[in-house]
Design a protein around this ligand. Structure first.
Ligand SMILES: Nc1ncnc2c1ncn2[C@@H]1O[C@H](COP(=O)(O)OP(=O)(O)OP(=O)(O)O)[C@@H](O)[C@H]1O
Length: 298
């Protein structure tokens, strides 16, 4: 049971964004609760960054309504509530992580001892040991960790991360993704965009799949599976049938309905054998994603 009371922290209602003739975002709706990790997933140009920028108040919606912790994104008070990690987060090359993060903590008016404690906690967890060398010498992953720590110096309730793990090596990706989960477990609200679907699946409570500025599917991973996913039955027989693959001393045929399973059973019997095992394989989010994004192309 959660110790935190659940409340809606981000609401996005019928939001649209046009840049001249380009409708980058059209009619997007979703909300994110406290303690939740919500993933906005979609290919390049789908409208994820535009949506996040509207939520953090950097870009104004053409239509619709957004609130963050009950406030309008243009409200200056919202800055205290929010930690934003942009897709590209340029750092000052000559500064060290410690000086850079202290600089941001000062901007937020965080007392030095509190700031130092927060900075140390974030960098410890993100496994960034180098704290007193200029960030200009850092790898992409190290810079990303500093940028993530920056999003936390004001101890915000809501974190909006644009592709936090994009371009990072698998170990760093794992650390960053696990960290977002821990932040949510500590009661923070996390909204992030990604096209790394494997990690979204493992860390998000709910996702919205965005395509051409619209939400193509939305809900718990499980719900999306039920609505859009296909169940694949892997039927193992002790005799070869058409389109079977040998696995050890058995053959496996993949079908997508129970009727097809029954037909295979009959055919196996006719061939003097039988069905020895049936396993279901649920769609991974990656497959669902491809299915949902392919819908509009038909
Ligand atoms: N400032 C802008 N002026 C004009 N068009 C823009 C602007 N910003 C974004 N767009 C267009 O809006 C659409 C959505 O872009 P957006 O960056 O929001 O998508 P995205 O899903 O975040 O993509 P990516 O993963 O590449 O960042 C794209 O067609 C993009 O070219």
């Amino acid at each position: 049971m959660s110790l935190h009371e659940i409340s809606t922290m981000i609401t996005v209602e019928t939001v649209e964004k046009r840049y001249g003739d380009v409708r980058a975002v059209r009619d997007i709706d979703f909300s994110v609760d406290s303690g939740e990790v919500f993933g906005l997933v979609g290919p390049n140009g789908a409208g994820k960054t535009s949506t996040l920028k509207m939520i953090v108040g950097l870009v104004e919606p053409t239509a619709g309504h957004i609130t963050v912790n009950g406030l309008d994104p243009s409200d200056t008070g919202m800055r205290e509530t929010l930690g934003y990690l942009p897709e590209e987060s340029p750092l000052y090359d000559e500064m060290t992580p410690r000086s850079y993060l202290r600089f941001f903590a000062d901007l937020y008016g965080v007392p030095r001892p509190t700031a130092d404690e927060r900075i140390a906690r974030a960098l410890d967890r993100l496994e960034l040991d180098v704290r007193d060398r200029p960030v200009g010498d850092f790898s992409k992953g190290m810079k990303r960790k500093v940028a993530i720590a920056r999003s936390l110096v004001n101890d915000p309730d809501v974190l909006v991360y644009d592709e936090p793990a994009s371009g990072l090596d698998p170990a760093t990706t794992h650390t960053v993704v696990e960290f977002t989960r821990e932040l949510a477990e500590a009661g923070k609200t996390v909204l992030f965009s990604a096209h790394d679907l494997y990690h979204v699946e493992s860390v998000c409570d709910r996702v919205a799949i965005v395509r051409d500025g619209e939400i193509a599917a939305k809900g718990a991973i499980e719900e999306i599976r039920n609505r859009h996913g296909t169940v694949e039955y892997r039927v193992f027989t002790d005799v070869p049938l058409e389109a079977t693959t040998a696995v050890g001393d058995r053959w496996v045929t993949s079908v997508s309905s129970m009727d097809a399973v029954d037909r295979l059973r009959e055919r196996a019997n006719e061939a003097g054998g039988s069905v020895v095992d049936i396993r279901t394989r649920e769609s991974s989010l990656e497959e669902l994603f491809l299915e949902v994004t392919a819908d509009g192309d038909e």
